[in-house]
Design a protein around this ligand. Structure first.
Ligand code: IPE
Ligand code: IPE
Ligand code: MG
Length: 223
């Protein structure tokens, strides 16, 4: 494994299937998924990982039933509210996604405030950067980056470095390992620019069944 700290990204999929297999409502799967994320965040912090980036909610996920979206939003408030735990583990919270003032942004104020507070209250932590992609889409990110990079200089003069610098968070390094749970082998519009060069690990496990041991099996593909 590389000496420098790693960037691991997770497409946390299969909450609904986890619940269905247990005869539970999909919302129970999202609650269990939030718990699994707390476990994986701790595990990542204990390993040689400098950046953990997770796909929490996509620009495409708003079309889900309203009650499910409401529950997922509440789970994000809970996730961004785990401040004692995050501070104890020296984890800095970060967020990527559609800007709240952009047309089409639908993130409610209470989630915006939870995100801002988590970022502010963990800003001094240095062990790991924990980035939640919320209302995130890779195409939206790249379209905005292309627009920003070309404004003022003309599209013909845009180079890859300028696109990189105009991403939601230009300080995120390229992803070393991308993990997707629940047996789907799609990228689903996640970190399209940043996964260039990443290894990809697909597991049949649903996200709520994700464990530190499975996370280690995924990391082993980097050896
Ligand atoms: C991932 O689980 C969580 C989100 C996309 C918000 P799903 O809700 O997509 O679960 P499945 O894919 O239906 O099992
Ligand atoms: C990807 O999962 C998005 C998140 C994990 C937040 P989806 O369940 O939305 O992806 P598709 O629709 O199966 O590709
Ligand atoms: Mg899914």
């Amino acid at each position: 494994m590389a000496d420098r700290k790693l960037h691991v990204a997770c497409i946390m999929d299969g909450n609904g299937r986890w619940a269905r297999r247990r005869g539970l409502p999909r919302t129970a799967g999202h609650t269990a998924g939030e718990e699994a994320l707390a476990v994986i965040t701790r595990a990542a912090g204990d390993r040689n990982i400098g950046w953990l980036t997770v796909f929490g909610f996509s620009t495409e996920n708003w079309i889900r039933p309203r009650a499910e979206v409401r529950h997922i939003l509440a789970m994000h408030k809970k996730l961004f509210g785990r401040l004692d735990e995050l501070n104890e583990n020296d984890v800095r919270v970060n967020w990527i996604g559609r800007r709240f003032d952009e047309p089409g942004s639908r993130t409610p104020g209470y989630v915006q405030r939870a995100i801002k507070r988590a970022i502010d209250d963990t800003a001094g932590n240095t062990r790991m950067v924990f980035t939640v992609a919320f209302d995130y889409g890779g195409r939206a990110e790249l379209t905005r980056a292309a627009q920003l990079a070309s404004s003022g200089r003309g599209a013909a003069h845009v180079d890859p470095k300028q696109i990189s610098d105009a991403l939601y968070d230009p300080s995120l390094p390229d992803v070393d390992l991308l993990i997707r749970t629940s047996g789907e082998t799609r990228i689903s519009n996640f970190l399209l620019w940043q996964i260039n060069g990443a290894k990809v690990y697909f597991t049949e496990k649903t996200w709520p069944d994700m464990t530190a041991e499975e996370f280690d099996r995924a990391l082993a593909v980097l050896n």
